[in-house]
Design a protein around this ligand. Structure first.
Ligand code: ASP
Ligand code: MG
Length: 402
């Protein structure tokens, strides 16, 4: 059996934890399995590197940022192999260049395109544990790239797919995927299973446990994932195509405090306006979400949407520049808003779910600013200060049922 195991930064934060991970991997190896390990940088290393860079130059060249960031993972993989060697087990560390993990060319947010498996396979055939740097790749200029924050999960899944691994285990500092953030909701439960689609929604809508691109890739290549703790032996959460619905309609509640809302008021109610607005933003590479258009009244309409708060200023600048082309009377924005989402495959067929969510929010006196739904999720935009209250209220509304 071939197993890919990925450990996050906290799981390799110090000497003791590095040895803990080394032992867990060795246990697997001693069962006679092939073991590929993917590591993140130790502890807060990536944050520290970013801080160092910004101290030298607040606006560092992107290429050099990646050159710097990839060092973090090289530290953890080499130390890991040293630990394994001291325990008498043959292992080898490889970075993205040595493996050849090919990505698109964009620095800071590259996408994996293709992974060569030859080198890893040779090392496995030589009965070594192979320890690979997460988060990084190499582009067509032979330059180092990174996959975006949290990208090591994606490295692990991509490797599992390329190597046709039997399982991909994501080890982290929590015991699995929970129905809500356990720090916010005391009675949040760990899920035994969750489907790719539910997990993808949870990850995209704010659950921190998996990088959303890793879930996308797992679904595409049918890689079965297990999310579990690196600190104990507790059974984790299995992420797969169809999860057995354990008598539940919603699988989880996720919260995201990063969005800001923008509204363009008094637009002409004629064709092409929305196209012009979103075309401008697309050209600036700004992704938008939660688009809402009001019903036309007296020849005018309003369009509202959300952007990541980090993009708020550049979005406003871009919109103001073209304000006349859109015929907008004014442009409003609100920074302190947040998204709370209920996710679950069970919600598709049951109209009562929506009612229950709105009732729970109403009981807490929480005002809903915008609503968006899909087959398996309902997202509301609310004041940021109400996020925890809303998460608890929605969670309780469903939890009380079982
Ligand atoms: N070290 C990188 C980060 O902190 C990648 C990862 O941990 O997945 O974002
Ligand atoms: Mg992570």
């Amino acid at each position: 059996m071939l197993v890919v195991k990925k450990f996050g930064g906290t799981s390799v934060a110090n000497k003791e934890r590095i040895f803990n991970v080394a032992r867990r991997c060795i246990d697997e190896y001693k069962k006679g399995n092939d073991v590929v390990v993917v590591l993140s940088a130790m502890g807060d290393t990536t944050d520290d590197l970013i801080e160092m860079a910004k101290d030298i130059n607040p606006n560092p060249p992107k290429r050099e940022m990646d050159m710097l960031m990839v060092t973090g993972e090289q530290v953890s993989v080499s130390l890991m192999v040293m630990a394994m060697a001291s325990l008498g087990v043959p292992a080898v560390s490889l970075n993205a260049f040595q493996v050849q993990m090919h990505t698109t060319k964009v620095y800071g947010n590259a996408r994996l395109k293709k992974i060569d498996t030859e080198r890893i396979q040779t090392e496995l055939d030589n009965k070594k544990i192979v320890v690979v740097t997460g988060f990084q790749g190499v582009n067509k200029y032979d330059d180092a790239t990174t996959l975006g924050r949290g990208g090591s999960d994606t490295t692990a899944v991509a490797l599992a797919a390329a190597l046709k691994a039997d399982i991909c285990e994501i080890y982290t500092d929590v015991e699995g995927v929970y129905t809500a953030d356990p720090r916010v909701v005391k009675n949040a439960r760990k899920l035994k299973e969750i489907s790719y689609d539910e997990m993808l929604n949870m990850a995209t809508l704010g659950a921190q446990v998996l990088h959303n691109r890793s879930v996308e890739m797992a679904k595409k290549y049918g890689v079965q994932l297990v999310v579990r703790s690196s600190l104990n032996e507790a059974e984790g959460t299995v992420v797969k195509e169809v999860a057995k619905v354990e008598k539940r309609v919603i699988s989880g509640v996720a919260a995201d405090k990063t969005p800001s809302r923008i509204s363009l008021i008094g637009l002409q109610d004629t064709p092409g306006i929305a196209f012009k607005i979103f075309n401008v933003l697309a050209k600036k590479n700004i992704s938008v979400d939660f688009i809402l258009q009001s019903v036309g009244r007296d020849g005018t309409k309003d369009i509202s949407f959300t952007v990541d708060e980090n993009n708020l200023q550049s979005t406003l600048d871009a919109l103001n520049e073209y304000k006349e082309t859109f015929t907008a009377e004014r442009i409003e924005h609100e920074e302190n808003v947040a998204k709370v989402s209920a996710v679950g495959s069970g919600m598709m067929t049951d109209p009562n779910i929506t009612v229950k969510i709105f009732e729970a929010l109403f009981n807490e006196g929480i005002n809903v600013k915008m609503i968006s739904t899909s087959e398996i999720r309902i997202t509301v935009l609310i004041d940021e200060k109400d996020v925890d209250k809303a998460t608890k209220a929605i969670h309780d509304a469903f939890e009380l049922e079982d």
